[in-house]
Design a protein around this ligand. Structure first.
Ligand SMILES: *Cc1c(COP(=O)(O)O)cnc(C)c1O
Length: 458
């Protein structure tokens, strides 16, 4: 999706859910021959996630990681409810600032930045930025007027699905040297950040990293810096179909924060959640465009007890794949499993199946093995939790277009957003002093541009 275009949101009528809209779109589309893949995105789900965040992590101000899903609708919704933003590039900074987000609500959280983009940040008032090397310090000293630097430290991410500390993060033993270098260059270091890795499976990684950050805070303070910002990064799950639930992680984080950074230390705590906010808001619906039935030659197979289910394997081809939305399988180590649009009859035989994308590449496989009934060309498959690292990195390889996205929001969620976005919100500084850490922008009156349309669910 082109992030510069306005987006169109529909109101959900009372009593209807995003699921009903999905159903309605499927029915509409089924009346025609062009059964393109499409998304339904419930912006209300993002609003609810924000409420869940503030309940579970009352001390931590979220700075949404834009790379996870840079759709204008998502970023606008989050700007309206008052989150900050983690931007990694000039374009992401531009997007966020084009929505009226002031520079104090942005952290430029990329430890290795192109010089021209450092200059861009400087010219546009973005001061908070991360670093993890001496060379970066030299660049920032030269090309930024007034940076507030945050030292990114490495974490033990051996238990994460996507490891990030192989690429970023200074080892603890090099931190003193880096802080001394910053001092020599006359730079201002204000805090420490880390990222435990995406798909974190061990909450103790967080408490360990928070403890490590404390050590680096002490070093910084000793050297005369006013260390006052802790950034605990991302890595929070975006749906509840995971082994380690969000609240199980926060139950470990909160006591660690209270131990190492008690409230009276006046340290501001922020985080950079990406998938947490967007994964469950998006449902992708794909259509079966082709099918092959592979009969099992093995005679013994027909002797099996559950007759009919093991004598064949079915290959389904659908109209979105790993070069499109399912790039998350390659890049994000995602495992995507469909649910059926039509509930199968209780006695309907199930078959071992594989599901493939539409391109001509053999790599374009969505599911290696799953169990589905005998479906027909034209039938639909539904993939839930498809908002994170999907649309953001999809291509149109082989000429296959990205699915349309239908945005919906319930009236109560919409009103909630309107209420929050019209309040006079305290700045990050004030919110920490007043122990009201939820919002971090003063003039954050960001409006969702289009008033949702009326939709009539039939
Ligand atoms: C990708 C990234 C995030 C977001 O990670 P999630 O696992 O989606 O929460 C946050 N911070 C940084 C620096 C990142 O690179």
């Amino acid at each position: 999706m082109n992030p510069t275009t306005e987006f169109d949101v529909s109101f959900l009528e009372e009593g209807f859910s995003a699921r009903d809209i999905t159903e309605q779109k499927i029915n509409e589309s089924s009346l025609t021959d062009d059964r393109d893949a499409f998304y339904v995105c419930d912006l209300g789900d993002i609003v609810k996630k924000h409420q869940r965040w503030t309940r579970a992590l009352p001390r931590v101000t979220p700075f949404y990681a834009v790379k996870c899903n840079d759709s204008r609708s998502v970023v606008t919704t989050l700007a309206a409810v008052g989150t900050g933003f983690d931007c990694a590039s000039k374009t992401e900074i531009q997007l966020v600032q084009s929505l009226g987000v002031e520079p104090g609500r942005i952290i430029y959280a990329n430890p290795c930045k192109q010089v021209s983009q450092i200059k861009y940040a400087s010219a546009h008032g973005v001061q908070m930025m991360t670093f993890d090397s001496e060379v970066e310090l030299t660049k920032v000293a030269r090309y930024h007027d007034n940076a507030k630097l945050v030292l990114r430290i490495a974490t033990d991410d051996s238990k994460a699905v996507c490891r990030l500390s192989v690429k970023f993060g200074a080892p603890l033993k090099s931190c003193r040297g880096l802080l001394e270098k910053a001092k020599t260059l006359g730079l201002d270091v204000i805090g420490v950040s880390f990222h435990v890795g995406s798909g974190c499976t061990d909450p103790l990684t967080f408490s360990q990293a928070i403890g490590d950050a404390r050590c680096v805070f002490d070093m910084g303070n000793e050297l005369g810096f006013n260390m006052n910002l802790l950034d605990i990064g991302g890595g929070f799950p975006g749906s509840d179909d995971v082994d380690l639930k969000f609240e199980e992680i926060t139950a470990v984080i909160n006591p660690a924060l209270d131990k190492y950074f008690p409230v009276d230390s006046k340290v501001k705590v922020i985080a950079e959640p990406g998938r947490f906010y967007v994964a469950s808001a998006y449902t992708l619906v794909v259509n079966i465009i082709a099918k092959k039935v592979i009969l099992d030659d093995d005679d013994n197979a027909s002797d099996e007890e559950d007759e009919g289910t093991t004598d064949r394997t079915i290959m389904y081809y659908v109209n979105d794949g790993v070069y499109g939305s399912f790039n998350c399988i390659l890049y994000d180590h995602a495992h995507c499993l469909p649910s059926l649009h039509k509930r199968p009859k209780p006695d309907e035989p199930m078959y071992p199946c594989s599901i493939w994308g539409p391109t001509c590449d053999g790599l374009d496989r969505i599911v290696e093995q799953c169990s589905l009934p005998d479906l027909q060309v034209g039938d639909w498959l539904v993939f839930e939790n498809m908002g994170a690292y999907t649309v953001a990195a999809s291509s149109t390889f082989n000429g296959f277009q990205r699915p349309d996205i239908h945005y919906v929001i319930s009236r109560p969620s919409w009103q909630h957003v309107q209420r929050i976005s019209s309040q006079d919100l305290p700045t990050l500084e004030e919110s920490c002093l007043q122990d009201r850490p939820m919002y971090c922008g003063r003039e954050s009156v960001v409006e969702i541009p289009t008033k949702p349309r009326q939709t009539h669910v039939v």
